[in-house]
Structure formats: structure tokens, C-alpha cells
Design a protein around this ligand. Sequence first.
Ligand code: HAM
Length: 408
Amino acid sequence: MEEFRTVRGFHDILGEDLRKFRRVTQTVREVLRRFNFEEVILPVVEYAELFQRSIGDFTDIVQKEMFVFPDRKGRLLALRPEGTASAVRAYLQNRLYTLRPYVKLFYEGPMFRYERPQAGRYRQFHQIGAEVFGSEDPLVDAEVIKIVHLILKELGIPAVVEINSLGCKVCRPVYREALSKFLESVAGHLCDVCMERKDKNPLRVLDCKVTTCQEAVKEAPRMLDYLCEDCKKHHHSVKRYLEVMEVPYRENPHLVRGLDYYTRTVFEAVSETLNITIIAGGRYDYLVEELGGPPTPAVGFAVGVERLSMLVSVQEEEEPLYFVIPFGQVEEYALMVADFLRSQGKRVEISYKKGSLKKQLELANKFKARYAVIVGEDEKNSSEVSIKDLATGEQRRVKLEALKDYHR
Ligand code: HAM
């Protein structure tokens, strides 16, 4: 019979990849702890409409990348493609705005997008996202970008943080109008997808990867030149605070993001080695209200855990492994020995295989054990064990009690 394989774009994560994955998530969590973010576990399935309304009808995610399916009553559900919409839903449903004037949440888990799989792009991937609800202060944008910077720094990942401002209700429509006009004038040079975007979501044309489109928009009007006074001041303060906190950044006037809810600050950390976006986020001051809540400015980001994992290194497991080998009819004593070692907090394997001492020691090596703890009739009768240091080859016979602080 043919072997079962994972669904295209879905992956098992194990071994060294998993150690990298854990290093990333632990580091991100540790940085978020220092900024006093609180965790929320969000469901993987939501009503599809939540994402349509948040991310935008004319985005790639909603148009072609969502896993959507009806439940038994015909309601349309979706595997979440991202966490921000769910976080807003949770913020409203749990009335978190009644707690404090602002709330800082983070979440971790799998996200699903029906994209074309390639290196660093999967259909199930993991994010840790963080969101701050309730403040439009540029200090928050700067702190959030500082977090991104710290994560990269602590993981030793070289990356630049690019920033831009997308303006607000007041200035964006004016800019959109100017951009549409411009795009009309270069329409002959745009790819088919951008011809459609030009009318429905003109900002997206700015970050099309097709060379002819990139050439065509080089002279396009820039949002930065259209910012209203408030947005200009806001953007300026964000940059000023970043400088004060020594966070390097690069302004990218073409940075627009693939989700529609953004306003003002947007940012992306781009890996210098892989040339892909590894962390991304921005401000979304209208989304909470658009989803039925009180007017609540917000800002956040999400890290792509697999993408960061591709860029970090990890060390071999350093904690020594004790490999207990029952030699003869001494299973009961071997279990006691293993139990004792574990009660001392040590990492222990007890051999599940029978065989010659040579075979058993080979097995210990396969497990990359540091110590073989050999127990036979003799050892049992004197409450001792023979312990062999597999790194040095040295073997000694010691009292079971003496194993307490054996490893130096
Ligand atoms: P996003 O840019 O769609 O933003 O995704 C954030 C990160 O998730 C990306 O930078 C990337 O590292 C990772 N990612 C996205 N798609 C894939 C994929 N197919 N395979 C592997 N990794 C992927 C958001 O999702 C927003 N919710 C971020 C945010 C939070 N904005 C404000 N708050």
C-alpha cells in the first residue's frame, strides 16, 4: 500500500527543526514578558466573515488563500489565516476594554493560508502575534518596533526593519486618488494582476514583485508626501523614538502590506540572508470599531516562527542522559534505579531491549547518552550501580545514593 504523506504545504516539525522552533518561540515569549504582554489562546476556527471584514475583500488572503468550509448548518467557517482579526474579536467578546484604558495581548499558534508552497512559505505555519489595544500614542508604535528589534537581536538574526506610514481616513483617500490617476497613466506596463489591483486595491500595486510593475511605479506619488498634519507628526515621533531607543530602521515608501486594516505606521523586518519578510505588523486604528466595538486605536505585529527558525542556530542537547542497562534478571532493581535518578531531576532512559553488554552500550551511544548505568545481580545485592562515562570510557562502581550529584 502507498505510504501516507502530509497534505501539500503541511509539515511535521521535529528534531533539530523543532529545537530551532522552540528557541524562537521561547525568545519571543521572553521578550514579550519583559513588555508585560498577557497571553490569550485563540481558536483556530472562526466565522469566515470575521476575516473578510477585517483583512479586506480584495486582498489575496481573502480572495484566494483562505481555507473556508461550511459547518453542518451551512455557516461559513474558516481556518484562521492570521491572528489580528481573532484578537480583536476576543477583545470585544470578552469586553477587555472595560478592564483598562489599554490592553496588551499576545497569542501563539498555527495559521493557514492556501498559498503556493515554497521555501519558507507553507499552508500551515505558526505565528506569535502581539497586539496593543487602546492607544494611538506613537510611543506604542515605537515600543512595538523595539520588540521586533530585540527579538532579532537576541536570536542573532541580521535583518533590517523597514517602516512606512499609510495615513488615516483624512489623507489616505486623497493619496489613493492620486495613485489611481498615476497608475492609469502607466497601465500599459502593469501585469494582469496589477491591472485588477489598480482599480480595487491600488496600494497593492506598489509592492508587486514583477519587474515591469516595479519599474512602472518608481515615479508613483508617495503616501509620505500626502500625510495630513496629524499623521506627519505621528510618523515623525515614531522615528524619533526609534532613534532614541537605538533601533535602526529604513524608510520604505513602497511598503504597503497585504492586509487592508492598516493605518499610519506599517513595518516589516526583512531577512538579509533570505530576502523574505520574517516579522511584520502595523497600526490599525479603525478595525475594532469596524468590527462593532468602541473606537479603539491599535497596533501589533506577528513573527513567522518557521521563517525565524530557518535563520537561527541551536546547540545539541547538553543535559546529560543516563542510560540504565538491566543486565540479567534485574528489571525491578533497574526500574528503581531509573526512578531514583528521575526523582533527582535527571534525564533517564531505561533500555527496552535485551542483549549483550556490547549491544547495550551501542544502544546507549545511539541515544547519545553521557552515562551508561549498568545494573546486574551484584550491583543489586549491594544497592550499587556500575556507571560508565561514555565520553571518557571511565567506569566506576558506586552506591546508588552517590548518583545524586554524580555529573559535574
Ligand atoms: P502577515 O504579514 O500576513 O501579517 O504575516 C506575518 C508573518 O507571518 C510574515 O512576516 C511571515 O513571517 C509569516 N507568514 C505569513 N505567511 C506565511 C506562510 N505562508 N508561510 C510561512 N510564514 C508565513 C499578519 O498576519 C498580521 N496579522 C500581523 C499583525 C499583527 N499586524 C498587526 N498585528
